[in-house]
Write a protein that binds this ligand. Structure first.
Ligand code: HXC
Length: 514
């Protein structure tokens, strides 16, 4: 009797492994995609996967669905390890009803999300789905809402990562949007609220799915995806890379690699700042000269390129970097860069990742486009995010720190712990030319040679403010350092701040200007 029962179990396991059947697996491969089980296999440490809900089947009886039952109901869920660390995973199986989300499919995802929150480990969702299971109507919509609700509850408790490895359309996009990071596979994935057909009907625009919501659109135009991958395996690699910088949950610190101070002088930083203050340079070179070798993982590399954000290691510690990028729009803050920076800062603060802020900012971008798109409220997001962050926060001003942007970019006044400046730093209300034109307007107008007078006043203003010593005199800058010594100073400062404790006033939650 027992033998028969064991035999039945083995048959069922085999059936569930096959998902929608051999031919559908081949179809998936033909599209250049791995199957859900293959994705889980490559994501997790060998033999670490434990499946939950393998025998779940849908409860639908409409449209002949009762005759179409596939074990697992289109999603593989469970837990395993990555680099020895516990993670929870769900992988939608496009070979079963197009990976569409039924009531039971949603229940499986909710179950592992609940476990992840209770046990304090990241949730990784591998999305590949035609959206709500059409045959189930409102039950599948309810299933989505059950997931969305958990996305919000889990936000800031455990890291949530979404890989988009196929279709993700309609309201389904809102679960990835509420997770911490989204990674899209180029050419095989797309995300949109309404697809090309609806777009054509409503707006008369002709657009392909790829143009509308492919990895390229979302990594450059909308900023919906943080990273892109060339194929499924690359996507899985990216997830692992990202996880390596993160702690398991909000109660833990990220793991620290062993590191001993050695020769930390980086001569390449000395000549990096061009002699003319209007000449651009690549802030990534500053990053390279500061972080542990090859440790920088840039997030959102092709979106709002005037600000750089990403994870790195400095002396073995996981650190989040936010830096103005003089190579793009001279490093100004605008609507998109403020939003990009703010979201990243808030993520790091949720998960105890200290922040390094590299400043070279001429101010906020002027113009009707920016004002009408809300640079006020969006710039405020970055200001709010920094002000609220209680993780160790260090600033290094490499060159310009002008106007309101000086305040915003992790100034001492909004709670930064250590503020360094290179001797090339210029800290002032505005650039010397603009300032002179305003405050010396009369002298310039009355001068026999206005141009010469402007140049003279510009020099006077520059001598007064185009350096960091005034700010250091007031203690707004803690130390003016030699560029080549930056890495050593930062390793030591982050070590010094290791046990920082800072508490915000008691409140339900703040009201970030969304
Ligand atoms: C049930 C679905 C399905 C769905 C696909 N299938 N989507 N079954 N519900 N939502 C089934 C197909 O019937 C087919 O079954 C199999 O999955 C594979 O689909 P194909 O169309 O053959 O695949 P492909 O050509 O690759 O096209 C993929 C696709 C297309 C573009 C995703 O399937 C599609 O347009 N699906 C519907 C998308 C949609 O409108 N979803 C609802 C969005 S609204 P057979 O048996 O023939 O193999 C939504 C609301 C969420 O999601 C709200 C949350 C708040």
């Amino acid at each position: 009797m027992l033998e028969k029962k064991l035999e039945l179990l083995e048959q069922k396991i085999e059936l569930s492994e096959l998902g929608g059947g051999q031919n559908r697996i081949e179809k998936q491969h033909d599209k250049g995609k791995l199957t859900a089980r293959e994705r889980v296999h490559f994501l997790l440490d060998e033999d670490s996967f434990e499946e939950i809900g393998r025998f779940v089947m849908h409860r639908s009886t409409d449209f002949g669905m009762e005759k179409q039952q596939i074990l697992g109901d289109g999603v593989v869920t469970g837990y395993g390890t990555i680099g020895g660390r516990l993670v929870y995973v769900f992988a939608q199986d496009f070979t079963v009803f197009g990976g569409s989300l039924s009531e039971t499919h949603a229940e499986k995802i909710c179950k592992i999300m609940d476990l992840a929150m209770q046990n304090g480990a990241p949730v990784i969702g591998l999305n590949d789905s035609g959206g709500a299971r059409i045959q189930e109507g409102v039950r599948s919509l309810g299933g989505y809402a059950d997931i969305f609700y958990r996305n919000v509850l889990a936000s800031g408790v455990v890291p949530q990562i979404s890989a988009i490895m196929g279709p993700c359309a309609g309201g389904a996009v809102y679960s990835p949007a509420m997770t911490d990071f989204t990674i899209m596979v180029e050419n095989t994935s797309y995300m949109f609220v309404t697809g090309p057909n609806v777009v054509k009907t409503v707006t008369n625009e002709e657009v392909t799915a790829e143009e509308l919501g492919g990895a390229s659109a979302h990594s450059t135009k909308s900023g919906v995806t943080h990273l892109t991958a060339v194929n499924d395996l690359d996507c899985i690699h990216r997830i692992k890379q990202l996880l390596s910088y993160l702690p398991q949950n909000c109660e833990e610190k990220p793991s620290r690699l062993p590191y001993e101070l050695k020769d930390e002088i980086r001569d390449q930083l000395t000549g990096l700042i061009p002699s003319s203050s209007n000449q651009p340079y690549d802030m990534r070179e500053v990053v390279d000269g500061i972080v542990d070798e090859d440790s920088f993982l840039e997030i959102h590399p092709n979106y709002a390129e005037n600000i750089i954000v990403g994870f790195c290691r400095i002396g073995g510690r996981s650190i989040g970097i936010v830096g103005n990028q003089p190579m793009s729009l001279a490093g100004v803050l605008d609507v998109d860069s403020s939003k990009k920076g703010a979201r990243f800062v808030r993520f790091c603060d949720c998960f105890n990742i200290p922040l390094l802020v590299l400043v070279d900012v001429p101010g906020f971008l002027p113009g009707t486009d920016q004002e009408w798109n809300g640079i006020i409220v969006n710039g405020a997001k970055l200001l709010y995010a920094f002000s609220e962050a209680t993780v160790p926060r260090i600033t290094l001003i490499t060159r310009k720190a002008y106007g309101g942007a000086y305040d915003v970019m992790n100034s001492k006044h909004i709670g930064a712990d250590m503020n360094f400046a290179w001797p090339s730093a210029e800290i002032a209300v505005m650039g010397a030319k603009g300032a002179s034109e305003i405050i010396f307007r009369k002298e310039i107008a009355n001068a026999s040679d206005p141009a010469a007078m402007l140049a003279e006043k510009e020099k006077e203003y520059q001598d007064k403010f185009a350096h960091p010593y005034r700010a250091a005199q007031r203690g707004f800058i803690d130390e003016i350092i030699h560029p080549k010594d930056s890495r050593r100073k930062l390793i030591k400062a982050f070590a010094m701040l290791e046990n920082k404790v800072a508490k915000l006033p008691k409140k339900k939650h703040g009201n970030i200007p969304l």
